[in-house]
Ligand binder design. Sequence first.
Ligand code: SAH
Length: 396
Amino acid sequence: MARLILLPGKERSVRRRHPWLFAGSVGRLEGRARPGDTVEVLADDFTLLGRAAYSPASQIRARMWSFDPEESIDDAFFKRRIAQAVARRQSLPALRVQQGLRLIHAESDGLPGVIADRYGDTVVIQLTSAGADKWRRAIVAALIQATGCARIIERSDSEVRGLEGLEPVSGWVHGEAPAGPVVLEEHGIRLAIDVAGGHKTGFYLDQRENRRLLGELSAGKSVLNAFCYSGGFSLQALAGGARHVLSIDSSGPALAQAQANLALNPHLPAECAEWQEADVFQALRELRREGRQFDLIVLDPPKFAPSAAHAARAARAYKDINLLGFRLLNPGGLLMSYSCSGGIGLELFQKIVAGAALDAGRDARIVQRLQGSADHPVGLAYPEGEYLKGLLVQVD
Ligand code: SAH
């Protein structure tokens, strides 16, 4: 096995159990390793620190599989880690009852580059690192064993694979495509999940608890759901008794899915739902010109800043939509505003929202901080795992 020898002092982050080894930390590679191969990681005094997946194309040159010098990386390793990740969810009562669940949350579950979401008996995997890609077969086998799922589809079509020198890959890796759509029930709402063609793994499970909260806040309110995707927030608002829900997204297929989801729930008042295919930045301005106001606004935009390098431009985009959101709120109204950008930390996000309120001339206060659901845990040694942050803000 090839050995990756770190520069002096660069073992410190590994000792704190941070899983990434940046190119600038690596002194040299002894021996030969292809992308995704397992390498031994050594401090410059040759202390063995653990084993990692090597990725020569990426700035993250290696991702630690294990910090235990005794642990080898083989099929049994993936069986253990995946069984642990599944058991972790089973141990939390609120998660045990969910049909839709993130089973593996990459680095935070000790499996860098591995995502697995479960929708009933269908599992969707996404492998985003060279190491994860290499161990596909072992990962799939371990998931089948740990979950007993009927089928697994791979959706490794995320752009981040390019950074690892990997091509997009998707398709069924276990079982066959189901006869009908994959349907998930979330807080009493039925949602069809397009596992083969939807965004990411088909659905945004990380917002599950926040969708419930929106439902609880919606009674009698006029709601605006910007960046609505397949309508998860919109349907919870309708179920919660919203007077009217306007949902906006720029994706026609996402809106079609959202309307199909509404039809799956005939108990909801479809006449209270309004759908608009538009760019949110323009649509919010137009709503302002029309003089429309709302009691409750959700802003859940896509990742404007995948990394810190994009932070400045992303900050302007967040400021813009939040400012427009504040202007569209009735007195006493609530803004539920999110960022899922790894490159924008909580502190910066709060500053941006504060600046937006100020420029909109609205006095406002945070009534609740919001985060991803518990099946998207954040490794304490891996703060980068905390990508989703939200604020519930009330204006005067
Ligand atoms: N809140 C959703 C997830 C939102 S994902 C849920 O709970 O499921 C972000 C959405 O923003 C995607 O559906 C994408 O199509 C949409 N989007 C991206 N850029 C946009 C823009 N400029 N205007 C409108 N929608 C946009």
